[in-house]
Design a binder for this molecule. Structure first.
Ligand code: NAD
Length: 310
């Protein structure tokens, strides 16, 4: 497993990391807790050292299951990133009081006394003035108190992430669905992130199911033309006895400007496959064919959160 430096944090993170959103069940499918715990252990044994979670995932269950898994793992073997601000599909609270309490709740569920990276979650649903003037300063206070080592922001619209990087000091950004076979628009933000030495975390190399043979969950925001193009590309790979999931993981992880790519799964088989695929060279011919099929919808996005933040 390659390791890369996460911007100004200086953390040496695995090029592929574990997104824990599925661990609590309900995000993509029902999940068996002991399987989820084994998946976390398998990921760490395979060289993954960065795990991303949130109180929102499984409505706190993902943090709780992750905490159970980490109980038997030495603290110096992994970095934990969690989040504040989002607590349900339509439940957001970016106030200083709530985010401060939220970190204590996360620490207790995770069974830890500090978090490596605390992130303000899905800021496009909030008032960016509040994020800049209240949320980030509250997270910096928690950093001074030793409860979190670094501070970051996450969300979907790149314009929102760019605004926050411009208006406030953050150590990392987490972008999702913007560096995968169907959408590489994160590339447009890399020069400014590099200039400010902001660590780049890119989530969802499988475009949250678009680039798998199983397809997308009901909550997925992509329009029908995107879904159809991705399923056509997946079928074309199957005809060639190939798996679009493998190509998608290899493609997203190979850009060295992106410190780490978060893939989500609660399955030991999936995480083992994802890591082993990185040892193999990418099939350039297959890649060209898939990019051609996806070209009509390349970089096509959708609105998430408040329209003014998109
Ligand atoms: P993803 O693109 O990683 O896709 C996850 C889906 O792919 C799941 O259905 C999973 O079962 C499946 N999958 C994974 N490996 C597979 C394999 N080898 N074969 C077949 N299917 C496989 O999307 P994601 O899980 O939403 O994103 C990854 C992580 O990034 C999340 O868990 C979360 O930690 C983070 N994330 C954060 C934000 C945010 O902060 N706003 C948003 C999205 C994702």
């Amino acid at each position: 497993m390659d390791h890369r430096i996460l911007g100004k944090t200086g953390l040496r993170v695995s090029a592929l990391s574990l997104g824990a959103s599925s661990l609590g069940g309900g995000v993509f499918r029902a999940v068996d807790e002991s399987e989820a715990i084994r998946t976390v252990h398998a990921a760490i044994e395979l060289g993954i050292n960065f795990i991303d979670v949130s109180p929102f995932y499984g409505l706190t269950r993902a943090e709780t299951v992750l905490g159970k898994a980490l109980r038997t793992v030495p603290r110096d073997q992994y970095y934990i990133a969690t989040k504040v601000g989002r607590y349900g599909d339509n439940e957001f609270d970016f106030s200083a009081q709530r985010v401060t309490a939220s970190v204590d709740e996360s620490l207790s569920r995770l069974g830890l006394d500090y978090i490596d990276l605390i992130q303000s979650h899905d800021n496009e649903y909030g008032d960016l003035n509040q994020i800049v003037n209240e949320t980030i300063p509250a997270l910096r206070k928690l950093q001074v108190a030793g409860k979190a080592r670094f501070v970051g922001v996450t969300g979907y619209p790149l314009r929102m992430l760019e605004t926050l990087v411009d208006r406030t000091e953050v150590d990392t950004i987490l972008s999702y669905d913007h560096y995968s076979l169907n959408d590489t628009s994160l590339l447009s933000l890399l020069p400014v992130l590099k200039e400010k030495n902001v660590g780049v975390i890119s989530a969802s190399p499988l475009s949250q199911g678009l680039l798998t043979n199983r397809g997308t969950p009901a909550w997925h925001g992509a329009s029908d033309d995107i879904k159809q193009a991705c399923s056509k590309a997946a079928a074309w790979c199957r005809e060639k006895n190939a798996d679009i999931t493998k190509l998608a993981v290899q493609f997203s992880v190979r850009n060295p400007e992106i410190a780490t790519t978060l893939v989500g799964t609660a399955s030991g088989t999936n995480i083992r496959n994802n890591v082993s695929w990185l040892e193999e060279p990418i099939d350039e011919e297959l890649l060209d064919g898939v990019l051609e099929i996806l070209n009509p919808i390349a970089d096509k996005t959708w609105i998430v959160g408040r329209p003014e933040n998109n």
